[in-house]
Design a protein around this ligand. Structure first.
Ligand code: ARG
Length: 460
């Protein structure tokens, strides 16, 4: 296909460099945004008197037809075109002749591509936010269902203190709520229209940039034409927000993988979200969670790509920037497929509350509560801590738990002990007694659930 910039050249681009130079393989997904942008631009050219109104109307009507034809499959995107902008403009000119050639007045592919990416990513952010909201909703439902399911909380992957399964998964809901905030923040900053920056230095035509911005649903326009065409901060910001989402999904996946092991057996994944082994008949593997954990690396790589592409280029547009699309689209697509697979996996998994309760009964996770009980009897915390440590050592020696250690033994270590200690170290009581804000108690769970549900009801 002929290049748009042919005029000053005597030769076609070498065959070896045509594909190398072309971005059609990865920018054709922006065809709708490219056409919508062109419709807004042509409308503005007409109302500003830069081209005849009648021609502007012909252009917008034909662009609508091109859009429908691509959508219906009647028009195939030419894989030999240099990029989607060239293809659409070429097709318009094929259909309208001279009139089609007027579309590119007061515009450059530099501001056009900056516009198209913004429009595309704005749409993708909404799609991703919807998927994040769905996952938060599933977590809230599960938390309600398992509000009283005692499990050991961990630090250093060592059993530490008693919590509930609800509290544990609401920690992920909290992370995902921040992800929603980050996504809407990126969208807000990105939602300014670069069209009208033209190649780099604006234009001498009497354009109305605000009209175009309004037609395309932007909150305003970019204020510096050099920045307008060469800014990809929004790609970097989005890749960063997406990387953080992947950190969260990857940590969650890691826990699911551990919880599925015989060593934990806290959850069992539905058959529809697990796979078997080709040789070991007994195996049921958490492949979906492993893939999500593995795919996090791709998204971090995409962020690194974008940072590296941008860090050394002089103002304004440079062709290096064509590399932005594969990276940011890969990050977008990866997060979308991960969320699509992850959410129903969580929704359908069976929570093995008895195993969690049994695990909580071992590991002395009520030792802090024992020490706190002594503090309640007037002992300074450090002494209470030491006495409890001695009791734990005693239990380990005799293969007992704090619940089964006889009261005489307690008394030998500290004479403040009485039968009341057994009630204080009861795991259900330990959890219920953690009334501090943000803790695993019932009231805190209600606050967390209300906040998360409110967040997913908001517009992002
Ligand atoms: N395909 C190009 C890109 O994705 C469009 C902009 C081309 N501009 C230029 N001056 N070559 O960045």
């Amino acid at each position: 296909m002929a290049q748009l910039w042919k005029g000053r050249f005597k030769k076609e681009l070498a065959e070896e460099t045509n594909d190398f130079n072309s971005s059609i393989a990865f920018d054709s997904r922006m065809f709708e945004e490219d056409i919508k942008g062109s419709i807004a631009h042509a409308t503005m050219l007409g109302t500003s008197g830069i081209i005849e109104k009648s021609e502007s109307e012909k252009i917008t009507a034909e662009l609508e037809k091109i859009l429908q034809d691509i959508k219906s499959g009647a028009l195939a995107i030419d894989r030999n075109a240099e990029d989607i902008h060239t293809f659409i403009e070429g097709e318009l000119t094929k259909r309208l002749g001279q009139t089609g050639k007027r579309l590119h007045t007061a515009r450059s592919r530099n501001d056009q591509v900056a516009l198209d990416i913004r429009l595309t990513l704005r749409k993708e952010i909404i799609a991703i936010a919807d998927k994040v909201k769905k996952l938060i909703g599933v977590l809230c439902d599960k938390a309600e269902e398992y509000a009283d399911a005692i499990m050991p909380g961990y630090t250093h992957l060592q059993r530490a203190q008693p919590i509930t399964f609800a509290h544990h998964i609401m920690a992920y809901a909290a992370m995902l709520c921040r992800d929603l905030d980050r996504l809407s923040d990126v969208k807000r900053r990105m939602n300014v229209c670069p069209l009208g920056s033209c190649a780099l230095a604006g234009t001498t035509y009497p354009t109305d940039r605000n009209q175009v911005a309004e037609l395309l649903g932007f909150d305003g326009i970019t204020l510096n034409s050099l920045d307008g065409v060469s800014d990809r901060d929004f790609c970097i910001e989005l890749a960063s927000a997406l990387s953080i989402i992947m950190v969260h999904l990857s940590r969650f996946s890691e826990e699911i993988i551990m919880w599925c092991s015989w060593e934990f057996k806290f959850v069992e994944l539905d058959d529809a979200f697990s796979t078997g082994s080709s040789i070991m008949p007994q195996k049921k593997n958490p492949d979906i969670a492993e893939l999500v954990r593995g795919k996090s690396g791709r998204v971090f790589g995409d962020l690194t790509t974008l940072l590296t592409v941008m860090k050394g280029i002089a103002l304004a547009y440079n062709k290096d920037m064509q590399e932005d699309k594969e990276a940011i689209f890969d990050a977008v697509d990866t997060v979308k497929v991960c969320l699509t697979a992850f959410t129903p996996m969580i929704e359908t998994m069976t929570v093995l509350t008895e195993n969690m309760r049994n695990a909580a009964a071992k590991g002395f996770i009520n030792a802090t509560d024992c020490a706190d009980w002594l503090v309640g009897k007037g002992l300074p915390f450090r002494d209470a801590y030491k006495a409890t440590g001695e009791l734990v050592a005693l239990c380990i020696d005799r293969n007992l738990t704090l619940e089964t250690l006889p009261i005489d033994e307690y008394k030998k270590v500290c004479d403040l002990f009485d039968d009341g200690i057994y009630d204080a170290i009861n795991l259900e009581k330990c959890v219920a007694g953690r009334l501090s804000e943000g803790g695993p108690g019932r009231e805190s769970l209600a606050v967390q659930l209300a906040a998360a549900r409110k967040k997913i009801a908001e517009n992002h």
